[in-house]
Design a protein around this ligand. Structure first.
Ligand SMILES: Nc1ncnc2c1ncn2[C@@H]1O[C@H](COP(=O)(O)OP(=O)(O)OP(=O)(O)O)[C@@H](O)[C@H]1O
Length: 242
C-alpha cells in the first residue's frame, strides 16, 4: 500500500472550553483529493487549522499529524510552509489593497524558483489581471488567486477549505475544474460542502461527527448511497452532479 502523505492520529482540540475534536484519526493519500466532510460546525476548519498550527490562541491541541518526518502539531507554521504544506483558508485571505502580481510575489519562497508558468497555465485570468487590485476581483477570481499562491511554491500537500463557498454556480464549476487540474499534480485535503464538487473531485472521504471520525471510505460509495449520505451529512446526494 502507498504511504499516506499525511497521517493524523488522535487529534484533539479544545477551544474556549469546548472539546471540538475528540481523538480524530485519518490519513490523506499521496495522490488525488481526500474530502473532509461533516455537518456545519462539526470541526472541519478546526482540523485544518490545527494541522497547520493556526489554532486560535488559548486553544489546546494534542495528538499528532505526520507530514513526512514532520509532526505538524509540533512545528511552527512558517516551517510547515517551507516543508511544502500549502493552506488555502476559507476566507481566502488575499491582500485586497495589493495587485494580483503583488499577492503572488508575496508567496514566493526564498531560494526556490516560483512556478509562475504553472500558475498562469492553470489560471490565465491571473496573468491578464496582474495589475488589478485583488479587492476588485470577483469571488471566483479571488479564490483562484488564493489557490495560485500555494501553487507558486513547490508544495507537496494542499489543504483547501471550502473553496466554492458563496460562489455562483458557473464559478463553482470553474473552481472545481481548476482544482481537478491542481490535484493531478499535488494531493489535496479538501473541506467542501457542495456534494457535486465532492463527487467530481474526491476519491477518498473522511466524515466527522460529534468530534470524531464517523466514516471513511471511497467518496463514490458515500455519495452513491443516499441514506448513508443523509445519515452522515444531513443532506441527500441523489442527483448530485458537477
Ligand atoms: N475561536 C473559536 N472560539 C470558540 N468556538 C469556536 C472557535 N472556532 C471554532 N469554534 C467552534 O467549534 C466548532 C467547530 O467549528 P469549525 O469552524 O471547525 O466547524 P466546521 O465543520 O468547519 O463548520 P462549517 O461547516 O460551518 O464551516 C463550532 O461549534 C464553532 O462554533
Amino acid at each position: 500500500m502507498t504511504e499516506p502523505i499525511l497521517k493524523v492520529d488522535d487529534l484533539s482540540v479544545r477551544i474556549a472550553g469546548l472539546h471540538i475534536l475528540q481523538g480524530v484519526s485519518f490519513t490523506v493519500a499521496p495522490t488525488g483529493v481526500t474530502a473532509l466532510l461533516g455537518r456545519n460546525g462539526v470541526g472541519k476548519t478546526t482540523t485544518l487549522r490545527a494541522i497547520v498550527g493556526l489554532t486560535p490562541r488559548g486553544g489546546e491541541v494534542s495528538g499528532s499529524a505526520s507530514f513526512g518526518t514532520v509532526d505538524t502539531l509540533r512545528t511552527p507554521t512558517h516551517r510547515l510552509v517551507r516543508a511544502g504544506l500549502g493552506y488555502v483558508p476559507e476566507d481566502r485571505c488575499v491582500f485586497a489593497g495589493l495587485t494580483v502580481a503583488e499577492n503572488l510575489r508575496l508567496a514566493e519562497r526564498p531560494g526556490a524558483a516560483p512556478a509562475y508558468d504553472r500558475v498562469f497555465a492553470l489560471f490565465p485570468e491571473l496573468a491578464k489581471r496582474a495589475k488589478q487590485r485583488a479587492g476588485t476581483l470577483s469571488g471566483g477570481q479571488q479564490q483562484m488567486l488564493a489557490i495560485g499562491r500555494v501553487l507558486l511554491a513547490d508544495n507537496t500537500l494542499l489543504l483547501v477549505d471550502e473553496p466554492t463557498k458563496g460562489l455562483a454556480p458557473k464559478v463553482v464549476t470553474e473552481v472545481a475544474e481548476a482544482l481537478e487540474a491542481v490535484a493531478e499534480e499535488v494531493p489535496v485535503l479538501l473541506v467542501e460542502q457542495n456534494l457535486a464538487v465532492v463527487r467530481r473531485l474526491a476519491r477518498d472521504a473522511v466524515v466527522l461527527a460529534a468530534g470524531k471520525v464517523a466514516w471513511t471510505g471511497a467518496a463514490s460509495r458515500l455519495l452513491g448511497e443516499p441514506e448513508l449520505t443523509k445519515a452522515l451529512l444531513g443532506v441527500g446526494s441523489a442527483g448530485v452532479h458537477a
